[in-house]
Every structure is written in C-alpha cells, then in structure tokens.
Design a protein around this ligand. Structure first.
Ligand SMILES: [Zn+2]
Length: 292
C-alpha cells in the first residue's frame, strides 16, 4: 500500500510533506538527496498524496487514485525518467503540451521529473515559465541527486525538501551476503539467476551500492588469484566458497575483464546510472564477458 511509511527514516521530512498535503501543497517541489531509490519512493508517495481522493490523511493508499498511482497507471501522473541520460528540450516541450490538457480523472495533474539535474540548460529554460506559473491543476515534483547542478532560476522556483542521507553503511558481512547469490549464479553460468540476484541488488541505496561494487571487485580479485592457482589469504573470506566456484568455471583472463568492467560500472553508478542499467550490466554484459 502506498504510504509515507514505505520510506524509512526521514521523520521530520515526512511530517512536513504530510502537513503540506493537508494544508496547501506547493505546485513545484524539488526533492533532493543522494539516495536515488529513496527519492523515487518519496516522489511516488507525494504524487499519490497530491492525486489522492480522500479528504483526510493523504495518500490514503486505498482510493482508486492511490491504487492507480501504485500500479503506475494513473492517467494524470506523468513520470519522466531518462536515467543517466541528458533530458533534452524536446522532453520539456512534451511536458508542457501534456500539461496543457486538463486532468482526466480528478482535478489535478502531476509531473514527476527524476534525476532533474540531467535537464540540460535549454530544457530547464523551456520549463521555467511552466514551473513559475503552472496551470492551477498542475503540480511538478523534481527529484535531484545533485540539486546544485540545476540552474538557480529553476531552484528558486521550487519548494525544496531534502532527504536525509541513508544512515547505515553496509558492513562487509552484509555486502557479502547480498553478493553471494549473484556470484553463485555467475559461477553456475545461469543468466536468469544472475538477473534475479542483480534485481535484488537494485534496491540498495546508491551510496551503499558503491561499497557493494567495491567488495564485488575484491571478490573478483580473489577469484582471479584462485584461477591462477595462487593460494593467498582472500580479501573477502566471507565469499570464499563463491569465488572458488567462480575460479573453476571462468578463466582468469575473463575474470580480469569482469573486474575492469565493474570498475567502469562503478564510475557509471557514481554518475547516477539508473538501477535498471546496472542490472542489465551485471546480467547481460557480465554473462557475455564470462561465457561468450
Ligand atoms: Zn487515496
């Protein structure tokens, strides 16, 4: 059920948004923070709150509108998500023309622009007027991992809310437990299981994801050494079983290429690669490097 409770922590932020939803919600909101998954959850809950049909606490999670938002089928909710790609002026024009249409289901329309820092300057300028004086029914939710990359003229038009950084840093034991099914699937050469395991990793907040990829590289180094027949103390003893299995089914040369590929992937993740892109990289690309 869609609700503010689906985002852990952030009590003050959730309370102020909840309050704004019952009093007067700003028409243009900028949510910032470096936890992409948290921003995505929060923007969806907030969109549901704006579109919710209940008079009481919003989003109620139960009305038809809330359920349509949850199902991703609300006709008056537009989500722009270009992942790590630049958002160009064409997209801004599309947003404007969609917003010219009055809402179909209720009396409000919401546009969510994820990774708004990727709006190029032309697109930001094209949206300025829309953000400053939206039609009375139109609401904008921008989410940005790097809000400072937005033009000041855009930022100044938004009510700003910041997500707290995710508190917990993954311990090596926790990260190893998350990686174990993935490495086992690679060692077994099972692409479908690799995908399932990689999808599980998608939910890790970005900051923790970088630590996770670092540990994956260390485990790959262990596997390379084992594949070369070297017996040294492993960097990641928690994954000893998986790296040994990997060294038996994938050659050292290919493991080295995966190691380098994870390096490149780390760069992409730190530049806000979408979770789906990462899953694809850890599945199709790694499978190709290892086995084709
Ligand atoms: Zn509702």
């Amino acid at each position: 059920m869609i609700s503010f409770d689906s985002l852990p922590g952030n009590r003050t932020l959730k309370e102020s948004l909840q309050h704004a939803l019952t009093e007067r919600i700003p028409q243009t909101i900028l949510l910032s923070g470096d936890d992409s998954a948290g921003l995505e959850t929060l923007s969806t809950v907030l969109a549901a709150g704006i579109l919710c049909e209940t008079a009481g606490k919003r989003p109620c999670g139960m009305c038809l509108s809330c359920r349509k938002v949850e199902g991703g089928i609300h006709p008056d909710l537009t989500v722009v998500d270009e992942g790590e790609n630049e958002i160009k002026v064409d997209a801004a024009r599309r947003i404007k023309s969609e917003n010219a249409i009055i809402p179909g289901d209720g009396d409000r329309r919401v546009t969510v622009i994820r990774h708004a820092q990727n709006l190029n300057p032309a697109a930001q300028n094209a949206l300025l007027k829309e953000l400053e004086e939206p039609p009375s029914y139109a609401f904008f939710i921008l989410t940005a991992e790097q809000p400072d990359a937005l033009l000041e003229t855009v930022r100044s038009r938004c009510a700003k809310f910041a997500l707290e950084p995710p508190q917990a840093v993954l311990s090596d034991d926790e990260a190893a437990a998350l990686l174990a099914p993935y490495l086992a699937a690679v060692a077994a050469g099972r692409e479908e299981q690799m995908m399932q395991a990689a999808v599980g990793l998608e939910k890790t907040p970005r900051r923790q994801l970088l630590g996770l990829l670092g540990l994956l590289q260390a485990a790959l180094r262990d596997a390379v050494l084992a594949a070369n027949g070297l017996t040294v103390a492993p960097l990641v003893p928690q994954l000893r079983e998986q790296t040994a299995a990997l060294s038996r089914t994938v050659t050292a040369a290919r493991l080295l290429r995966v190691h380098d590929f994870v390096d490149e992937l780390t760069g992409r993740v730190s530049r806000n690669a979408g979770a789906a892109a990462m899953t694809c990289a850890l599945t199709a690309d790694v499978y190709r490097i290892c086995f084709i």
